[in-house]
Write a protein that binds this ligand. Sequence first.
Ligand SMILES: [Zn+2]
Length: 294
Amino acid sequence: MPEGNEIHRWAERHFAAFGGRAVRVDGPQGRFRDSAVIDGRKLERVMAVGKHLGYDFGKDRILHVHLGLQGDFTEGSGPLPEVRGALRLRMWNAAKVKLPAGPDASKPHRWYSEDDGTENLAPEKIAWVELRGPMDCSIYTQEMWDALLERLGPDPLNGDGPEKFVARVAKSRKTIGELLMDQSVAAGVGNILRAELLYRARQSPFTPGREVAEKTLRSIWKDAGVLMKAAMVDRRIVTTRPKDRPHKKGQALKEEAHYVYRRQGRPCFVCGTKILTKVMAGRNLFWCPIDQAA
Ligand SMILES: [Zn+2]
């Protein structure tokens, strides 16, 4: 599941590609039936909050997209590709799809943290975008969008300060590991960031929220913003510091990008202890039992 950095990155890219002009939209698969509501209208802005995208085509015409676990975008230059697979939605620029495709015409994305961004299209070259497998793709009214904002917690990428986050964690008996996955506590934080933020703070995932030091919560919030902003440049969340990597020079290798995420059974880069895993809040949690002792 993409985390907030990815969602904010799509919002910026898609606005750079399509914003301020009329956009063509359709739903080839037949599950998105409301394309006529927005097709041919001007895309005024693309909003991102937590894991939600909102393509604003004017009042009460907001295309809401939540990628969920499976959803992803494909993008390209040149003519629209033939319709293939469960294609929920296509968005394109009518003039740009008449141009010939370049050598980088279309590229399926590699999965998060495996893409170093070097082969990505420049946003201004994007002529079309395809959406497959989202959890939601539907038209929201302004009222629905506002209700969503009401439900969601603060988002580190929207300039929200730590106050709400700290307040919500500090009154909860739930563990900090559970709370970090709760979108009403911290919108946009996902499973990679949960594991890595807690490791970087040397915080046990099993401590109840109300027992975590406020200073630690503030530093987790700040760190979330730093890591997520860095990850917007490409699609890669790199959390290891160069001094902690087996290869201290150059770009982080794929297997050295994270301290604990998906490193169960392997030695901690810092203390050498085996990283552990356990399901918490429906997703696999990873932690170092020494550096993050309860
Ligand atoms: Zn360790």
